[in-house]
Design a protein around this ligand. Structure first.
Ligand SMILES: *[C@@H]1O[C@H](CO)[C@@H](O)[C@H](O)[C@H]1NC(C)=O
Length: 191
């Protein structure tokens, strides 16, 4: 029996190691320096008119055949505001690439950066990466990273359609975000 050969000393060492490993994986210090921020904003998806902010850049032979529009890729730079009116206070821009990535239903793969251009978070960014099932009433998309005020961010966004333009010029989406991120003030104080 191999276990018999394990001396008491070795066993103690292993137990201590396991204890250290399990303690160091606890997030006490991290949680002290982490903050939670809730954000509420509106996204203006300008798909028509004379100044669209969403542009189709590629598609495949299936795109026009399938109801899911599979294969369409778009690049966007959308205005983000604090209210549903495009003339309300500017928060930032949502920039990135989205693609129709589902053969059966309309669902997007989203690869987006929200760059804050005004207010207390100006210059900071949030990186969004996930699936957006467009037919769902409320759609959850993960926040995977951030910079500036949102360094080390993780979180999620619940988005819903605020306004669907029958003329297909400007759709408005409501975004509710919960972000866990480093508190830069706490971190610099500790240095
Ligand atoms: C796409 O359609 C074109 C025109 O019908 C055809 O020549 C081409 O082979 C198709 N491509 C694929 C990948 O099926």
């Amino acid at each position: 029996m191999r276990w018999r050969k394990l001396s008491m000393e070795k066993l103690k060492f292993i137990l201590t190691l396991m204890l250290i490993i399990s303690l160091s994986s606890e997030a006490h210090i991290v949680s002290e320096t982490k903050k939670m921020t809730r954000l509420h904003f509106y996204l203006h998806d300008v798909i028509g008119g004379d100044r669209p902010t969403v542009w189709g850049v590629a598609q495949c032979n299936l795109t026009d055949v399938l109801p899911s529009s599979f294969g369409r890729v778009m690049v966007l730079d959308n205005l983000v505001t604090s209210g549903p009116d495009p003339d309300s206070e500017e928060v930032g821009r949502m920039q990135g690439t989205v693609g129709q990535a589902d053969l059966h239903e309309k669902a997007l793969v989203m690869l987006l950066n929200l760059v804050f251009t005004k207010g207390e978070f100006e210059g900071s960014t949030l990186s969004i990466l996930g699936r957006n099932p467009l037919a769902a009433e409320s759609r959850e998309v993960p926040i995977v990273a951030g910079t500036g005020a949102f360094r080390m961010a993780t979180g999620y966004i619940i988005s819903s359609t605020y306004y669907n333009d029958p003329a297909r010029v400007r759709n408005v989406y409501e975004y509710n975000a919960v972000v866990y991120h480093m508190d830069p003030n706490v971190v610099s104080l500790r240095r």
